[in-house]
Design a protein around this ligand. Sequence first.
Ligand SMILES: [Zn+2]
Length: 70
Amino acid sequence: MPIYEFHCEDCGKNSESLVLIASALDNITCKHCKSSNIKKMMSATSSQPVSGNTIPAGALSGCSSRSGFS
Ligand SMILES: [Zn+2]
């Protein structure tokens, strides 16, 4: 999905727009103030690699050193 993020030079707010064709970039206006004075931002929101589950296997098995020595 080609979703671009734009920064409005007039009101300073950001907005996202779904751009299907490159020529539509010239017709995009700010969602907040309808200004055409916007800049396209380099957004990587749709291309970030999915990461997770990086917790070591032994990290959740604590409490093993509490036995004895009371
Ligand atoms: Zn604006």
